[in-house]
Write a protein that binds this ligand. Structure first.
Ligand code: NAG
Ligand code: NAG
Ligand code: NAG
Length: 397
């Protein structure tokens, strides 16, 4: 598999063949953080159903680490960041110290914790290997019900704090809303929740979900071929064989991707594309089916009973912490009208802090939240101001 993949990268990116691929593409997240000059810690948590998740912590900024040598971050404001589908902790460091949210937060005085949900390269299971289809028997339902609570508890335990801030991106927000619904006791452990590109209602994806899951039955075809999950190599192979990412104006495949996430060629950092494509994480088929069920039913429903099973809405009145929703004006995946629907619901229960565009750039798309060329300046720095404000407003130590 890895041989095929190397070949594919050579095919698409020409100059970016394996030997020349920048080391950021394959370094581990802790090595990336260390190489950037920041202190880093690894923490392993085990969920009640046996998944072992590795979290990455940046307890201090570059300058403060050098000046005081105090890395244990006692009494600092802790923040937990949860990645999206096909992502992992690397999403929040890969753009480097000038642009990535984790480094900017650490330099602003935060104790930064990066989660890794089950399914990523930073997850294993006590009894199952990744070749076992049972390993992949989960969606963001389990991320929210088990993984997030386990990670939050670990942050509280290590820091000794009684509350932390939570930031989620895309599927990280889906999991978070499921946690609030299924494990409402976790409201008391959080100061506020900042949802980037929240994925709760997906009516805009109804047609494509129906086509992929019902008409073409893609997931079951893949399962029947022995693919236990959506593997990065498969996606990378597909994209690199079919797409010409360097000529987006005329390339059908690139335009299809833009139809999904929103077109923003100006903020597309071409040098970074092979790196983040290389770092794509696996996804469970169930997660795709679960999103499909939500899109097709138009309800934020559980997956119990499967794709065609009964619709059972998650109880969003269980959300008790202040929620800020940030959307991209040109995000076609988690689209504004759907986020407004969620906003209305949260407003009716009195927990909506704010809903607004995450960025003034009108073409800000789904991927720009993490990968925009200017993500540090146009998005992350203002985001940190917002997080500071929420801390000052809602946290009393
Ligand atoms: C793992 O296997 C052991 C021994 O069979 C069993 O007792 C335990 O419950 C299993 N753990 C999980 C999480 O399935
Ligand atoms: C962290 O967990 C350990 C082991 O369960 C416990 O002894 C300790 O008191 C906890 N620390 C805090 C601050 O909760
Ligand atoms: C949802 O949760 C609230 C409490 O937060 C409860 O009052 C309400 O009955 C629940 N609704 C459903 C449909 O379970």
């Amino acid at each position: 598999m890895s041989f095929v993949y190397k070949l594919c990268l050579v095919l698409v990116f020409g100059v970016f063949c394996e030997a020349e691929l920048r080391k950021e593409a394959y370094m581990t997240v802790p090595s990336l953080i260390k190489a950037a000059g920041y202190p880093v810690e690894k923490h392993r948590v085990t969920t009640p159903d046996g998944y072992v998740l590795q979290m990455h912590r940046i307890p201090a900024g570059r300058r403060s680490a050098r000046r005081t040598g105090d890395l244990n971050a006692k009494g600092k404001k802790a923040i937990l960041i949860i990645h999206g589908l096909l992502g992992g902790s690397s999403d929040f460091v890969i753009m480097g110290p000038e642009r990535s949210l984790s480094y900017l937060l650490a330099d602003a005085g935060y104790d930064v914790w990066l989660g890794n949900l089950r399914g990523t390269v930073y997850s294993t299971h006590t009894n199952l290997t990744k070749n076992d289809p049972k390993f992949w028997d989960f969606s963001f339902h389990e991320h929210g019900k088990y993984d997030l609570p386990a990670m939050i508890d670990r942050v509280l335990n290590i820091t000794g704090l009684d509350k932390i801030m939570l930031v989620g991106y895309s599927m990280g927000t889906t999991s978070s809303f499921i946690m609030f619904s299924q494990r409402p006791e976790y409201n008391d452990k959080l100061i506020a929740f900042v949802a980037l590109a929240p994925a709760v209602y997906m009516d805009n994806m109804k047609l494509i979900a129906n086509l992929a899951l019902n008409t073409l039955d893609i997931v079951n075809v893949m399962r029947a071929r022995g693919m236990t999950s959506l593997q990065p190599q498969f996606l990378q192979g597909l994209i690199s064989t079919l797409c010409n990412l360097k000529q987006p104006e005329t390339d059908l495949c690139t335009n299809f991707i833009y139809t999904l996430v929103g077109e923003d060629f100006e903020q597309n950092d071409l040098e970074m594309v092979p790196i983040y494509l290389y770092r794509v994480q696996p996804a469970s088929w169930r997660a795709l089916e679960h999103y499909g069920k939500i899109a097709i039913s138009g309800v934020f429903t559980t997956f119990s009973g499967g794709l065609s099973g009964p619709v059972k809405p998650y109880n969003l009145t269980n959300v008790k912490v202040p929620v800020t929703l940030l959307y991209g004006e040109n995000d076609q995946l988690t689209e504004k009208s759907q986020i407004m629907r969620l906003a209305d619901q949260l407003k009716s229960t009195g927990v909506l802090e704010e809903v607004r565009p995450g960025c003034s750039w009108p073409k800000f798309n789904h991927l720009d939240f993490v990968f925009a060329k200017d993500v540090g300046k146009i998005f992350n720095k203002p985001l940190i101001k917002l997080i500071d404000q929420l801390y000052n407003k809602y946290y009393t130590a």
